[in-house]
Ligand binder design. Structure first.
Ligand code: FMN
Ligand code: EPS
Length: 393
């Protein structure tokens, strides 16, 4: 299973095409729109999110709410597009483009964004040609794709949730997640302004975001994704590009502004003995093989163990700042300090929804690689058989 996306941040629309989705999967715009709405939220978002009302149109591959086995096409319109037709120079409405708009080029790259190197790489002296596609606006359709993957996983008894564990140095109590099911976590997170489980930490995070915004600055944080109900043996140790942990790390790092990934207790492993890290193995009639602890986050040898998968990613602070950083105008080569119109001051909560989506996709794709099937009933039966087999192994 694979997908591609297309679309510019201020263009008319964003599109994704999914190929390889099994037939007979329930796919509805309601499921997808719920996730799109969550991605637009979270304390710290900028004014663009008041303009957009992200909803999906399913334009191919689904009839009467069920996938056909053919490519699925998802489209999300950019409501802001109507303010940008001239500047973007794409004019499907057939209206005249103001020549003044064509002259309005961006020549001042932002430190920490893709502007300067993207311009050099593709030969764009108008840096808008870079920022339009490097913008995290693209994560809208990745969340739509992830919502389809989540529906597939849910029919297989696999559930997934993300929550925010850190913002601007304020850390949530991580043990809160270990005593709750994915469904319980989701309920709490959906009602929280920064999608955090720990209400005390959440209030401080909101305050930290407000302070950063007031100071014209931005802050980053950490998100955690948990996948429950995985059958053992998804992924493989036999080749580098079949390792599930490697695929999850790639997916997490592919999110705009994400700079590091941890699995299980992650970097903390550097401080501990082996006997304090590895999870002891037990067996019982009801569950089959289990681990007494889950410090390795449900992954051994590039394969799922059957324990919950736990993966975290760190997001750097947003690069567009109201408090200007020094940069150089590529036309005059003169230094300048930028002043900026609008941006998010913290998008960690929104990014947690993106993280959930991209991990869901990667897990679903790996499940389909292990239990290849053209239609849902065959896939479900294959997984049930495998679960019974691994239990008694
Ligand atoms: C949900 C989300 C929203 C974002 N919003 C902004 C924003 O408003 N302004 C900005 O400069 N960067 C924003 N970013 C981060 C940039 O897209 C990112 O830093 C840029 O693409 C450069 O990529 P890199 O940071 O991975 O090197 C956002 C990222 C995410 C995930
Ligand atoms: C549009 C979204 O996020 C955008 C991501 C983004 C960036 O540089 O990544 C810059 C901002 O775009 P604009 O300049 O149009 O306000 C954000 O609003 C979104 O998440 O839907």
């Amino acid at each position: 299973m694979r997908y591609l996306t297309a679309g510019e941040s201020h263009g008319p629309q964003l599109t994704a095409i999914i190929e390889g989705l099994p037939a007979q999967l329930e796919v509805t715009s309601e499921q997808i729109n719920k996730e799109l709405k969550r991605r637009q939220g979270g304390h710290g978002r900028g004014r663009r999110m008041q303009i957009e009302k992200d909803t999906v149109a399913i334009t191919a591959g689904v009839r009467h709410g069920k996938s056909l086995g053919s490519p699925v096409c998802l489209v999300v319109n950019n409501d802001d597009w109507k303010h940008w037709t001239g500047i973007m120079g794409i004019d499907p409405l057939g209206e005249d483009i103001d020549p003044e708009d064509i002259k309005r080029q961006i020549t001042r790259p932002r430190p920490g964004h893709a502007d300067l190197v993207g311009g050099m790489k593709y030969g764009h002296r108008d840096l808008r040609n870079v920022l339009e596609r490097s913008s995290a606006r693209e994560t809208t359709v990745r969340v739509a794709v992830g919502a389809v993957a989540k529906q597939l996983l849910s029919e297989l008894g696999i559930s997934i949730v993300a929550h925010v564990t850190k913002i601007g140095g304020i850390e949530a109590d991580l043990s809160l997640a270990t005593t709750k099911t994915v469904e319980e976590i989701r309920e709490i997170v959906e009602a929280d302004p920064v999608y955090c489980l720990d209400s005390e930490a959440s209030a401080k995070m909101v305050e930290a975001i407000d302070q950063a915004k007031k100071a014209g600055d931005t802050i980053g944080g950490v998100v955690e994704v948990i996948v429950e109900g995985m059958p053992a043996g998804v992924g493989s140790y036999v080749h580098y590009d079949r390792k599930l942990d490697a695929k999850l790390a790639m997916a997490m790092m592919s999110i705009n502004a994400f700079k590091g990934v941890e699995v299980g207790i992650g970097f903390e492993m550097a401080n501990l003995f082996g006997s304090q890290v590895h999870d002891q193995i037990s067996w019982n009639e009801e569950e089959g093989y289990t681990r007494d602890t889950n410090r390795l986050g449900g992954l051994e040898g590039g394969m799922s163990t059957g324990m919950p998968i736990v993966v975290r990613g760190v997001m750097k602070p947003i690069p567009t700042l109201y408090k200007p950083l020094q940069s150089v105008d590529i036309e005059t080569k003169e230094p300048f300090k930028a002043s900026i119109e609008r941006s998010d001051s913290c998008a960690v909560p929104a990014a947690s929804v993106v993280a959930e989506a991209v991990i869901a996709w990667e897990v679903a794709a790996a499940v389909l690689e292990t239990f290849n099937a053209d239609k849902m009933d065959t896939l479900k039966a294959e997984i049930e058989r495998h679960r019974a087999y691994t239990k008694g192994f």
